[in-house]
Each structure stands twice: as C-alpha cells, then as structure tokens.
Design a protein around this ligand. Structure first.
Ligand code: ZN
Length: 190
C-alpha cells in the first residue's frame, strides 16, 4: 500500500487537522525522527498552504481544538507547532491543556519549518535538568515573593509551570493561588 493510501485509511479520508475531505495530500512533518506513515499526516490544501504563511489564518486553526487530541503523534506535533505560531489567547490556553508523551514533545520542539533553534532559551532546574512548560517542580528553598509579604515555602510543589521565553532563569507558576515568578536555580523538577 502506498503512503498516501495508508494515510487515507488512518485518517478516514479527512484532513487530520481540520477534517476537510477536499484536496488531501500526504505531508511529511519536518524534523521527524521517524519515517513513513509515522512521520506524515494527511492534510488538505488549505491547511498545508497556511503552514508556511507569514500571517496565520487564526480562524481556520480553531480546528486544532479537536486535532490536538488526536492519538497520532505526527498530528499532535503539527497541532502543537501551529498552536505555538498562532499567537492568540485561545492557542495559549490549548497549549497549556495539551498532553504529549515526552518523545512526541521532543519531536515537536525539534527545529521545524526551517526555523533554527540555535538561540533557543533553555530553562534548567538546579540539577541542570531541562524544564518544559507544563512541568511540575519543587521549591528547594523558602522564597520571598516580590511585592508581597508572601513566602513560598521550601518543598512546595508548583505544577504546570510556564517558561519566560526571554530569560532562561525565570519560570512562572502558581503558589497558593498566586502566579509568581521563580528563579530556576531554586527549583527541582519532579
Ligand atoms: Zn485541513
């Protein structure tokens, strides 16, 4: 069976991102560690044309609301990358909710779409372990929260952190219901 045929079967002859059944073709996900059907998705022309568009058609990508829950890693990777690039409040919310296996996340974060990630900001915990958005960390010392009398206690678990895209030393997370900035030197990944 050809790749296109295999994909059509997996995808039930629908675009795996938006569900359209018109102008479908196989699309190989950039920077894939896999090959063949595992590295490709079935996508419609509307989706494929917008992959490289400078200004994304944000409305069209509302379809990612469904596509991100696909069980196919290649689809998850494309959904994640597109959500990253369609910078809207709702895409940020979806990214926070999105779940991927570690392998899939690494693939999604690999340089794709011809963009070099050489200058990427990498956040690391006190032991040098890379941190990703959505990770949980433990505070390894009491931290005074700037601008308030609050102290975030050593041993507090902070779940679903977000990363400061500009500064590799800063992450954010909720402690006692309050969003605070935390320095990566004072956390350990759980
Ligand atoms: Zn589509």
């Amino acid at each position: 069976m050809s790749l296109a045929k295999e994909l059509e079967k997996r995808a039930n002859n629908c675009c795996e991102l938006c569900g359209s059944s018109e102008n479908l073709s196989a699309y190989e996900v950039p920077s894939s560690p896999k090959s063949g059907i595992d590295a490709s998705i079935l996508a419609c022309k509307t989706c494929i044309d917008d992959f490289d568009a400078e200004t994304k058609n944000a409305n069209h990508w509302r379809c990612l609301n469904d596509a991100m829950w696909s069980t196919v890693p290649a689809v998850q990777v494309m959904a994640w990358r597109l959500l990253q690039r369609v910078e809207e409040d709702w895409t940020r919310e979806l990214l926070e909710m999105m779940y991927m296996e570690d392998d899939t996340r690494n693939w999604a974060e690999a340089a794709g779409d011809g963009e070099e990630k050489a200058d990427a900001v990498i956040h690391r915990d006190v032991n040098g372990v890379p941190l990703a958005a959505g990770d949980a960390v433990l505070l390894i010392k009491d931290l005074k929260v700037k601008g308030s009398s609050m102290v975030a206690k050593q041993g507090t678990a902070v779940r679903r952190i977000s990363l400061d895209p500009e500064n590799e030393k800063y992450i954010e997370g909720k402690v006692d219901g309050q969003q605070i900035v935390i320095i990566t030197d004072y956390v350990k990944k759980i």
